[in-house]
Design a protein around this ligand. Structure first.
Ligand SMILES: Nc1nc2c(ncn2[C@@H]2O[C@H](COP(=O)(O)OP(=O)(O)OP(=O)(O)O)[C@@H](O)[C@H]2O)c(=O)[nH]1
Ligand SMILES: [Mg+2]
Length: 327
């Protein structure tokens, strides 16, 4: 009778192969390598994008700083900030890219171009690395996994500029819409505004994350709850306030304190939870599987259709690529 031990399972006569350790092997490898999550904030000028970037870092990354902060200057260039987090042995490199606001000019034609170019440049960079003959085993990932789009808290409907920008962004990235400065709306106004925006998004065929057609049945319930809450009505602040001996991020006014992370005050915590706690892996995966894949396909297709002539029996584009990869 076979003995239980290395190579032999306790069950009689069955040799233990060890495939049940595959999951653990994959987990350990992922832990060692760590995760990268890249977020982009986009919207008109002065809607609180930079404030929200700082709020996210403070609420998710550091709780050490305290006191009131200096007012933020208007953002004039694309700025990327990273932070390395380590929780329970899992390493996460969280990168948030802040963009200058747009929509201030009389003519706002093509004001979305720098943002679209930025997102595509990250895909192009990845593709270039992927196509090298001697490519890196783990290509540094700067692709935007989620684009948080700020809607002005007008209480009316989506403006034509917002529609135009969103129609371009949803084709190339996962877009999560948020109502900026939602503390300026009453609770009833918020509910009505959310409904109006959801209707506008659907009327204009704008597809925001999480997309119904790609979801697993396991995620259906959670995703439908998120969709009912979209766009997240957020409040940003980098100022800590002491309430009952606890330090809280919030915005104080004459009539009280709006707590950033209080779910009955605003949706910041719901948004943060979706981005970091529940949907990060799906945002990363869907960027690679759908948006990057679309970019890759169309880039390679257009490259193939403008293929360089054959020189001395060799495809000159291919030779150029080979030469570049040797450098
Ligand atoms: N009421 C309210 N004000 C906010 C909120 N978030 C930011 N602000 C204020 O709005 C102003 C502009 O904030 P920024 O974060 O610089 O806005 P921005 O979108 O980065 O601006 P640009 O870089 O110029 O596009 C500042 O005075 C902030 O204090 C919010 O949630 N509610
Ligand atoms: Mg800014």
């Amino acid at each position: 009778m076979p003995q239980a031990g290395p190579g032999v399972s306790p069950a009689e006569g069955v040799t233990y192969v060890g495939i049940d350790t595959l999951q653990e092997q994959t987990r350990l490898k992922a832990l060692r390598r760590g995760y990268t999550f890249n977020l982009l904030v986009v919207g008109r000028s002065g809607l609180g994008k930079s404030t929200l970037v700082n709020t996210l870092f403070k609420a998710s990354v550091s709780r050490r700083k305290s006191g009131l902060e200096e007012p933020l200057p208007s953002t004039t260039e694309v700025k990327t900030e990273s932070s390395s987090l380590n929780e329970g042995g899992v390493r996460l490199n969280l990168t948030i890219t802040d963009t200058p606001g747009f929509g201030d000019h009389i003519n706002n034609e093509n004001c979305w171009e720098p943002i679209v170019s930025y997102i595509e440049a990250q895909y192009a960079r990845y593709l270039e690395e992927e196509q090298k003959v001697n490519r890196l085993l783990h290509i540094p990932d700067s692709r935007i996994h989620c684009c948080v789009y700020f809607i002005p808290p007008t209480g009316h409907s989506l403006s034509s500029l917002d529609v135009e920008v969103l129609q371009r962004l949803d084709k190339i990235a996962n877009v999560v819409p948020v109502i900026a400065k939602s503390d300026t709306l009453t609770l009833e106004e918020r509910v009505a505004f959310k409904e109006r925006i959801r209707a506008d998004l659907s009327d204009h065929g704008i597809r925001v994350y999480p997309l119904l057609e790609y979801e697993d049945s396991d995620d259906a319930q959670e995703n439908s709850k998120i969709r009912e809450r979209l766009p997240f009505a957020v409040v940003g602040s980098t100022a800590w306030h002491e309430v009952h001996g606890k330090k809280l991020l919030g915005r104080r006014s004459n009539w009280g304190l709006v707590e950033v992370e209080n779910k009955s005050h605003n949706d910041f915590a719901y948004m943060r939870d979706m981005l970091i706690r529940t949907h990060m892996q799906d945002l990363i995966g869907s960027t690679a599987e759908r948006h990057y894949e679309n970019f890759r396909r169309s880039r390679l297709f257009s490259k193939a259709s403008t293929k360089a002539p054959i020189v001395n029996g060799q495809d000159s584009n291919h030779m150029k690529n080979l030469n570049e990869s040797k450098i």
